[in-house]
Design a protein around this ligand. Sequence first.
Ligand code: FES
Length: 129
Amino acid sequence: MPKVTFLPENITIDYDPETMPYSEHGLKGSLLDIALNNGLHLEHACGGSCACTTCHVIVKSGDANLSEMEDEEADRVELSPGLTLHSRLGCQCVVTGDVTVEIPNWNRNYVSEGGGSINLGDAIPVKKA
Ligand code: FES
């Protein structure tokens, strides 16, 4: 079963793609879909339709275990703050094996538990220790 690790929280999600339901956000089996299915919030202001850059992640390992970038994602991800050669949009890249991604610095303030969206007003913010 694939494992997806989200940094800097270092949260690893081990899931079964055959039985995981669709979260209704982003492509089925995408990083966003996996995160939301497992209670990890990844911002997704446009609802996962490749129309914003708030789901931007930086792939640390496992580039080859993500679906190839389509033109629509390539055009959109170029607008992401802090763009890198390993930047992807979490809602557009479908996971096929083990992957580690980092949620960029600028977007971490939006991280919350519960899988909602701060921009859509239904997120539960992470409690600071
Ligand atoms: S959620 Fe808007 S582009 Fe991914």
